[in-house]
Write a protein that binds this ligand. Structure first.
Ligand code: FAD
Length: 372
């Protein structure tokens, strides 16, 4: 590497890493990405909030705007609710290239794999070493040097896995569709996300004991969709307890910190939100306004603030996981009886990370819906 000392070194040039660099917007920033080019390997369905995509200046990556969500259970018709804010599917490559292209302060080195992040801002790569006053690990799951990631093999600690294909579709291409129930998947859920021009990303996610490809094939045949030679893509979804937000004096952001929201599997908006928080702190470190340790402690506190929300979403997800099929269907169908304004209000609270009531209140409100 020609230059070795940087204000900030970011490991990973995807949602979390690029958003962090965007918001730091000062100092000299180095982004290290192991792929040979940004946006090369899409693992995700890439559906997120329109508002966030516009804030990041990447509206050109939007494939389709989505205002409705339809939830299907094994029995009965699907329940459609209006989303309190628009979502959209995006072209991953265009998104990464646009966000990176708008940066003036960042140098991006692709084809560079980080081997280790050491205390003192030292980053070891397959092409040499560099240092940063602040280092951000945005390398996805499990994250660089996260040795604990593979140790806990209990199913609650195991990340989920998601797999999908992109293909043409003759059904509803106006709303996001989520499918719960044994009819669709053994555990977890199935999904259809429209991407414009009668194309969709259709897939499955969950903690499967067998082959995810088998589960995907089963779901496609239930939906009457043929693979048409489309190659599946996917990866791990760390829908587990929030991970370490600071590791070896580096800020850990996005999937590397398990910031995917349980229940919904939304990791992109969560990565953007935490990247923005992290970037504000890192900027103060670079400007010499606070020492590194103070910044790391502040970031840890901010991540811990969202823990009650994550714990509750995980609790709701576990209940959905264990719920007998008939009860889950009943619960989803009972949503039909909830007026639109109430459903929208619940979704709004979810989007604000404001589902922080005690677990007993959650259980009571679920039982109330079941009895309705
Ligand atoms: C099938 C599937 C569907 C999904 N659908 C959605 C969805 O619709 N909406 C949503 O919000 N979330 C979705 N998610 C989750 C979402 O994709 C992730 O939460 C999101 O990608 C996290 O972003 P990230 O930047 O933290 O990590 P990643 O996107 O995983 O990026 C990590 C980056 O770091 C690089 N890297 C890794 N190791 C190194 C290394 N050692 N050195 C250098 N670079 C490295 C990688 O190449 C990669 O570019 C989905 C996930 C899956 C698997």
């Amino acid at each position: 590497m020609s230059k070795n000392d940087w204000d900030v070194v970011i490991v990973g040039g995807s949602f979390a890493g690029l958003a962090a660099a965007h918001f730091i917007s000062g100092g000299d920033v180095l982004i290290l990405e192991r792929q040979s080019r940004l946006g090369k390997t899409q693992r995700s369905t890439c559906c997120t909030s329109v508002d966030w995509i516009e804030r990041l200046g990447c509206s050109n990556s939007v494939l389709q705007r989505l205002d409705y969500l339809t939830i299907h259970s094994s029995r009965g018709a699907g329940v459609q609710v209006r989303l309190p804010e628009p979502f959209c599917t995006i072209d991953y490559k265009v998104f990464c290239e646009t966000l990176a292209g708008n940066m003036e302060n960042a140098e991006i080195k692709t084809g560079t794999r980080v081997v280790e992040i050491k205390e003192g801002g030292i980053v070891k790569t397959n092409q040499g070493m560099c240092t940063g006053k602040a280092v951000i690990d945005a390398s996805g799951w499990p994250g660089v040097g996260n040795r604990a990631a593979w140790k806990n093999r209990g199913w609650r600690k195991r990340p989920a896995f998601g797999l999908e294909i992109e293909t043409d579709y003759a059904g509803d291409t106006n709303s996001i569709q989520i499918f719960y129930g044994k009819r669709y998947t053994s555990h977890g859920y199935g999904w259809i996300f429209p991407t414009g021009k009668d194309m969709v990303r259709i897939g499955i996610g969950g903690q499967f004991s067998g082959s995810p490809l088998k589960v995907l094939n089963g779901f496609l045949s239930e939906m009457g969709v043929s693979r048409n030679g489309a190659k599946p893509h996917g990866g791990f979804l760390p829908i587990i307890t929030l991970g370490e937000s600071v590791r070896n004096q580096a800020f850990v952001v996005g999937d590397a910190c398990n910031q995917v929201i349980p229940g919904s599997g939304e990791g992109i908006r969560a990565a953007f939100e935490h990247a923005e928080i992290c970037a504000k702190i890192v900027r103060m470190i670079v400007e010499g306004r606070i020492p590194l340790d103070t910044g790391l402690a502040e970031y840890s506190r901010a991540v811990m603030d969202s823990k009650p929300f994550y714990d509750n979403m995980r609790f709701i997800q576990d209940m959905a996981h264990f719920c007998p099929d008939f009860a889950r269907s009943h619960l989803i169908n009972s949503l039909l009886k909830v007026d639109e304004a109430r459903a929208e209000a619940v979704f709004k609270r979810y989007l604000q990370g404001d589902i922080k009531s005690s677990k007993s209140v959650i259980v009571k409100s679920i039982i109330k819906s079941l009895l309705r």
